[in-house]
Design a binder for this molecule. Structure first.
Ligand SMILES: O=C([O-])CC(=O)C(=O)O
Ligand SMILES: [Mg+2]
Length: 647
């Protein structure tokens, strides 16, 4: 297929006759006309060097849309002028099979059933006339704001969070712009519904509540066909993919194919919190089986009913996926790994970080959000990061990821080598404190944390021996910060910093109430899943949510607006600093180390700007020249859920 590439595009098409393998021209060409080749969704294909409207203005011509054929069997090839022939249409010959993509203007009943364009009762009188909607809607015309008000009113009628989740998913499938307006304007209230913790329960019950697929399912059965599967997705211009294999869904363990709720939830935050267009987001679940007996025996389970593939079979499928993604969407699509088990997460990140734009949210996103919380907590407890001692319960993706970023930041601040700064950080796993004598039996990602110390098994003994100023829970196991642990922390710290990161709420190391009560109101507390305000001794304590949702939407936006081709650790540090800067004195006065989510789009724009600036500084940005005001630019790039007017 031809792409809309500036002047060559105009030359080829101004006479109304295109040189592509077109099916037909939709509008009769009386005067010169701009013809665009569009995909199945009516969006221009390829690298749009000149917008359709601008091209039309240039030659004072109307715009027509031409439907191109595509060949799903062809491999990407370079055709004349260096234009990528992504779908192999140009190189197709008569003996190739062609997928006849078609495009049509939605109207009438199908318009009401199209979530991207449906406005429900907000269709104007004029639109109802022009688009064959008369009689299909009751007479009243309401505005977007009233629709939001009504939806929130309805939502609040449901007492059970999972019912609210289902109502939100139904809305997303009915009216996308209303869904996002609702979410953006009520983010504090709705985040715990479309995201953690409710999304965890939704995944556990996904088989029963599943209605419409909201992402791509790629299973072992699809080996050799992944490129074709990507082409089945209706949207062609993808900028962010969140992919899971469902093996470690939050702290809930292996939920197999039902982990799909996580990429769907994360991507709805990419749009609501980070402003990435919904059509540019692709949720993917790789199904290699599950070792969860409950799922395997559940008659409503939606995935492959077999035990997990591993080794060569696993890595070959992942490799086919990673290759197909780059082939289909190019170099600059961001692939976010989410909720993979430790044994795959580190390897996948290491393997693909040199060839793809990849980001592991559980390792890197969590690290960045925690570092931001610590930077701002210093304003409350004093000292520099180097003055503190950090102890982790849990030495998996989150634990070691955060530990490494802390050590990196201290190293940057003090010029001390990383090997030295790591010594301020101790980790505990299921076998006790990670120490030198355990080195040989440790998984590779734990080895840097094996310090000179006698072995200690009991966690309380570790706490008493290390005497940390900062205690971080990242093991996925709930209720592990007991009264004795918090009391010990409070006995040698005036203001102990306690982060209970495991999700969802049931897996939290302790509740906000326990942290404040057991520390007699002295803890600086934040948690991965949200807790409401707590009253202790007549004072109200509001805790923060130390969740990667603060980071990944803005981080991804920063990568996209700069056209970054690789993720670099310095971008994570930049994101942490940007987030920490958003905490005001008023927040500190309330004991908060994170800003509220209410202003998250503004926060995301700041994070995006800093990440983009770092990408430019490191020479990893491909969008040139660099915009002068990156914050303003990030804001201007954000998706707005406002309704558009239809002619
Ligand atoms: O999803 C969340 O709330 C945070 C996260 O990445 C996880 O717990 O795996
Ligand atoms: Mg996660």
């Amino acid at each position: 297929m031809m792409s809309l590439n500036g002047s060559s595009f105009l030359k080829n098409s101004i006479s109304g006759v295109s040189r592509t393998q077109s099916q037909s021209l939709i509008l009769p060409a009386r005067r010169p006309m701009v013809v665009a080749v569009v995909n199945a969704n009516g969006r221009p294909e390829g690298n749009v060097g000149v917008s359709l409207d601008n091209a039309a203005k240039e030659i004072n011509a109307p715009v027509a849309v031409e439907v191109a054929e595509s060949d799903s069997k062809q491999q990407t090839a370079i055709v004349g002028g260096g234009v990528e022939d992504v779908y192999g249409e140009d190189s197709a010959t008569e003996d190739h099979f062609i997928t006849p993509w078609s495009v049509s203007v939605a109207s009438g009943y199908s318009l009401l059933r199209d979530p991207h364009h449906n406005k429900g009762l907000a269709f104007t009188e004029k639109e109802r006339d022009a688009h064959y909607l008369r009689g299909l809607l009751p007479p009243v015309v309401v505005n977007h704001d009233l629709q939001v008000k009504k939806m929130m009113h309805n939502m609040r009628q449901y007492q059970v969070p999972l019912q609210r989740y289902q109502a939100m998913m139904d809305l997303q499938e009915r009216n996308e712009r209303l869904f996002y307006k609702l979410l953006i304007e009520n983010v504090e209230e709705l985040l715990p519904i479309v995201y953690t913790p409710t999304v965890g329960e939704a995944c556990q019950k996904y088989g029963s509540i599943f209605k419409n697929p909201q992402g791509l399912f790629i299973s072992l059965k699809d080996k050799g066909k992944i490129l074709e599967i990507l082409k089945n997705w209706p949207q062609k211009k993808i900028q962010v993919i969140v992919v899971t294999d469902g093996e470690r869904i939050l702290g809930l363990g292996d939920l197999g194919c039902q982990g799909m709720g996580i990429p769907v939830g994360k991507l709805s935050l990419y749009t609501a919190l980070g402003g990435i267009r919904p059509s540019a987001c692709l949720p993917v679940t790789i199904d290699v089986g599950t070792n969860n007996e409950k799922m395997l025996n559940d008659e409503f389970y939606i995935g492959l009913r077999q035990r997990r593939a591993s080794g060569k079979e696993y890595s070959e499928l992942m490799n086919e996926f990673m290759t197909a993604v780059k082939q289909n969407y190019g170099e600059k699509v961001l692939i976010q790994f989410e909720d993979f088990a430790n044994h795959n997460a580190f390897d996948l990140l290491a393997k693909y970080s040199t060839t793809h734009l990849v980001f592991n949210d559980d390792i890197q996103g969590t690290a960045s959000v925690v570092l931001a919380g610590l930077i701002s907590a210093l304003k409350l407890v004093g000292g520099t990061l180097a003055d503190h001692r950090f102890l982790f319960l849990g030495a998996g993706e989150a634990g070691t990821g955060i530990a490494e970023l802390i050590a990196l930041e201290i190293s940057k601040q003090t010029n001390a080598p990383l090997e030295e700064t790591r010594k301020k950080v101790f980790l505990v796993d299921s076998k006790g404190l990670i120490v030198k004598s355990r080195l040989d039996s440790l998984q590779h990602f734990k080895k840097p944390w094996a310090h000179d110390h006698e072995p200690v098994n009991d966690f309380l003994d570790v706490v008493k021996s290390i005497r940390p100023t900062v205690l971080i829970g990242s093991s996925g196991a709930g209720q592990t910060f007991t009264k004795e642990i918090i009391e010990a922390m409070s006995s040698f710290n005036k203001k102990p910093i306690i982060l209970a990161l495991s999700n969802p709420t049931s897996q939290s190391e302790c509740t906000a109430e326990q942290a404040y009560t057991w520390s007699e109101g002295r803890a600086i507390f934040a948690s991965g899943s949200p807790f409401g305000p707590v009253e202790y001794n007549g004072k109200v304590y509001v805790s923060g949510q130390s969740n990667n949702a603060y980071i990944f939407p803005g981080f991804g936006l920063g990568l996209i607006i700069s056209g970054a081709i690789r993720v670099h650790d310095d971008m994570l540090l930049a994101a942490s600093e940007a987030l920490a800067e958003q905490v005001t004195q008023e927040h500190f006065d309330n004991g908060l180390i994170y800003p509220p989510f209410t202003n998250i789009r503004k926060i995301s724009a700041h994070i995006a700007a800093r990440v983009a600036a770092k990408a430019y500084e490191l020479g990893l940005a491909s969008r040139l020249p660099q915009p002068e005001d990156l914050v303003a630019y990030a804001e201007s790039c954000m998706y707005s859920p406002k309704y558009r007017s239809y002619r």
